[in-house]
Design a protein around this ligand. Structure first.
Ligand SMILES: Nc1ncnc2c1ncn2[C@@H]1O[C@H](COP(=O)(O)OP(=O)(O)OP(=O)(O)O)[C@@H](O)[C@H]1O
Length: 299
């Protein structure tokens, strides 16, 4: 759905995006993670056709996106800093969106009143920051985009509203294969939403991963044996990290759950637990140096 190859963007003295290649598949939710100043906003703006890249290619729905009205009809970008017309009410903003987006769904707009629960006749500028963000989602989801690009979208929303909005997004992905590209400086905030993750660090995409693969392939195990850990076992385990805690060993291993379990059971352990890992742990253990370099996005 979105394909970018060797993208580069420079501002005066800084190379904000360096040679980034990225692919977002139709119907997936791709989390673009990175610390402050990593280049997320710059990259998103290029992918939405707001900035023109200095070099590299971008294809959105198999077309170029820059100054392409047809593609922009189907793609909505919710920026970090929201913009609404001065003095406009939610209703008036809705009328504007309806005039711009051919797929505007009035029925949905009305239905979503019960989710957002804000008076349609309120001027958007008089609403709180979090409420303005809710209005941005309300308008966007009523415009039924095929692609949704979100720059730090959950900032300023309370926990209940975050959950509601995440559910609405997942519903659109499940029901009509909407594609979402979402940036965040916080992995935990989006890990329950994304199926793919890319980590941008100092303008470079360091890692791109399918989260399901990651989660099913890395495990934490606690194990103890009557004597020392059998030598043969260690040779067969793909150990990413190990630590001795008294008589219990903690290992982070890569491999399928069944295979790891069978292998350890065959050595008759006295204690054996296989525990789930958080994404944070997976990144830190599996990515080694890179994991540590991007630690700031786990805060
Ligand atoms: N319009 C601009 N003019 C000059 N420099 C810019 C401009 N926009 C971004 N930059 C620089 O490019 C780098 C990347 O900025 P960008 O806003 O893309 O990062 P980000 O990952 O979105 O950061 P944050 O999480 O803080 O929003 C920064 O060093 C920033 O100062």
């Amino acid at each position: 759905m979105i394909k970018a190859t060797n993208l580069r963007k420079e501002f005066e003295d800084i190379e904000a995006v360096k040679n980034v290649t990225l692919h977002v598949k139709k119907g997936s939710i791709y989390g673009l993670l990175g610390s402050n100043g990593a280049g997320k906003t710059t990259l998103l703006k290029m992918l939405c056709g707001i900035y023109k890249q200095d070099s590299g290619t971008i294809s959105v729905m198999d077309q170029s996106v820059f100054e392409n009205v047809e593609v922009k009809q189907k793609l909505i970008f919710i920026p970090d800093a929201l913009y609404f017309f001065p003095q406009s009410t939610i209703k008036q903003m809705g009328q504007f969106y309806r005039s711009v987006y051919a797929d505007w769904n009035e029925e949905r707009f009305q239905k979503l009143r019960s989710v957002f629960n804000i008076d349609l006749n309120k001027k958007v500028h008089r609403l709180s920051k979090g409420m303005q963000r809710q209005v941005a989602f309300w308008l966007t989801l009523s415009a039924m985009p095929d692609i949704l690009v979100l720059d730090e979208p959950l900032d300023g929303l309370d926990a209940v509203m975050r959950k509601k909005i995440k559910n609405l997004l997942i519903q659109d992905v499940a029901e009509r294969e909407m594609t979402i590209l979402i940036s965040s400086h916080n992995l935990r905030e989006v890990e329950d939403l994304c199926d793919h993750v890319g980590i941008l660090h100092k303008g470079e995409l360091m890692i791109e991963k399918d989260l399901d693969d990651l989660k099913s392939d890395v495990h934490k195990i606690q194990v103890a044996f009557k004597r020392d850990v059998p030598m043969g076992l260690l040779e067969k385990l793909n150990v990413l990290y190990e630590e001795k805690r008294g008589s219990v060993m903690l290992f982070i291993v890569r491999g399928k759950e069944d295979a790891v379990t069978r292998l350890i059971d065959s050595y008759n352990p006295v204690i054996f637990d296989l525990l789930p890992l958080t994404l944070e742990e997976i990144f830190i253990y599996e990515m080694g140096d890179v994991g540590y370099a991007v630690e700031t996005i786990f805060v």
